[in-house]
Design a binder for this molecule. Structure first.
Ligand code: FRU
Length: 459
């Protein structure tokens, strides 16, 4: 049965429980998080008529997955976000078990959303429809309906359309699984954004499903996606699922052996990019991981779970994509807490800070709140925290290309983003230290600066 009152019911949940969610000490101060319920993928990221719009996969009724809405936020500066009415609710026959992930484009003054209508029956049979919605004011959205049905040769794991304009035409990539159960990305083309031509498989070759594809050009063409089913290999692919990119050529292909993970933290998935009017390629990711221990997070009882990463600017350096926190984030700084030139540090730090270490002279060890540690040995950086399921410790690692010169960390109550060497390596993770523990230690030699960051909760 389709419930036409879903939006009202969602807003009743916000009214009833967001006070509890926002007063959770783990609720972020300056990251996007849901007012209630579960947040996952960023969707529809676009700058439209000067304003940034970011949508996300939202389950308002509980802290698990299910029939997703598109929550909607707007911002003039990528720092302060205003909550708007939800853009899409799962209330049509073709999206009744979820308005799944997708993207936004502008055409003829309208803001258009492309998303996947997920339809799943009680026996788990799935149907998938690529759908469109339109808006003239960027506030209320009208569903146009189904644009693309499942082509032959693929299972119904066929979703997450990302649309862009190139060479005077529109293109769409979709994350898919072939009938042989191989992950791939499928390409469509359109002249008018109404009728679409199937162009074939753009890339494939590893894992059993690729989710949330994105395509853009830096110095070269970049294909970004989230493959599922990769085997752990040394320090690589240690999360449940991966997110990464292949630098290639749209016409000549994207060789699978060039795949690189974009972020090396414990929680990072389904990122999406857009280009803004300054020509910057911006990225936001979900600081979460499906099937990766989310059931153990301590925030369920307070009616919320998960958050976004900070917005980052992408640049290409050689054959790598690097990620820098957008410069607008400096606006978050209030007072300087630490300015230490002589080396190590030990003391109490609040949980909404930016920490910058420069002139790092030797191997370094950092302990944050008796919970999270960061270690540099040679060129390898290892992060460690208690395992979410309580079974000892868990770690992730990455190797630097160039010697360690700088580490910049953003800490926000229960999250930590580490940008190493100006974005050469990034680790995005959640952390749940005891709320009364504030002790931090840095061993090694470096200069250390710490800023308090603004602490208003909730968009
Ligand atoms: C990725 C994903 C997408 C899907 C959405 C549903 O996290 O599984 O493939 O569209 O989440 O919420």
């Amino acid at each position: 049965m389709i419930d036409v009152n879903l939006r009202n019911k969602a807003m009743e949940m916000v009214e009833e429980y967001s006070g509890i969610a926002l007063s959770d000490p783990y609720y972020p101060s300056y990251h996007i998080a849901p007012p209630v319920g579960l947040l996952n993928d960023p969707n529809g990221f676009i700058q439209w008529k000067g304003t940034y719009h970011l949508f996300y996969q939202w389950m308002p009724f509980h802290t698990g997955h299910g029939a997703k809405f598109w929550a909607h936020l707007t911002s003039r500066d990528l720092v302060d976000w205003a909550w708007q009415e939800p853009a899409l609710a799962p209330d049509e026959w073709y999206d009744r078990t979820g308005c799944y992930s997708g993207s936004a484009v502008e055409k003829d003054d309208e803001l258009l959303l492309f998303y996947t209508g997920n339809v799943k029956d009680d026996d788990g049979n799935r149907e998938t429809y690529q759908c469109k919605a339109r808006s003239e004011d960027g506030v209320s959205f009208e569903k146009v309906g189904v644009q693309i049905e499942l082509p032959d040769g693929f299972t119904p794991h066929f979703r997450d359309p990302k649309v862009w304009k190139m060479r005077n035409e529109w293109y769409m990539v979709i994350g898919a699984q072939t009938e042989e159960k191989e992950g791939c990305i499928v390409l469509y083309r359109s002249e008018d954004l109404d009728s679409w031509t199937y162009e074939g498989i753009l890339a494939s070759g590893m894992g059993y499903m690729w989710e949330c594809p994105d395509f853009f050009r830096l110095k070269d063409d970049v294909l970004l996606f989230s493959p599922q089913g990769l085997e752990e290999k040394g320090i690589d692919y240690r999360n449940m699922y991966q997110s990464g990119y292949i630098i290639g050529d749209f016409d000549k292909g994207f060789p699978e052996e060039k795949f690189r993970e974009l972020d090396h933290g414990f929680e990072f998935y389904a990122p999406q990019t857009t280009e803004d009017d300054q020509g910057r390629r911006l990225l936001v990711g979900w600081m979460g991981m499906p099937d990766g221990g989310e059931e153990y997070f301590p925030t369920h009882d307070n009616h919320w779970i998960h958050q976004m990463t900070l917005p980052r600017e992408l640049l290409q350096q050689g054959d790598r994509v690097i990620q820098k926190p957008v410069e607008e984030l400096e606006k978050l700084r209030t007072d300087k807490l630490v300015e230490e030139n002589s080396g190590s540090f030990a003391g109490n730090l609040p949980r909404n800070i930016e920490l910058i270490m420069r002139e790092i002279e030797e191997d370094i060890y950092i302990d944050l709140y008796d919970y999270f540690s960061i270690r540099l040995e040679g060129r390898r950086i290892t992060i460690e925290r208690p395992a979410m399921d309580g079974s000892g410790k868990e770690w992730r690692a990455a190797d630097l290309v160039s010697p360690l010169t700088e580490m910049r960390m953003f800490i926000d109550q229960s999250s930590l983003e580490i940008f190493v060497n100006d974005g050469e390596i990034v680790f995005s993770s959640r952390m749940f230290p005891d709320v009364d523990t504030h002790e931090c230690r840095v061993k090694g030699r470096s200069s250390i600066t710490a800023w308090n960051l603004r602490a208003e909760k909730g968009a």
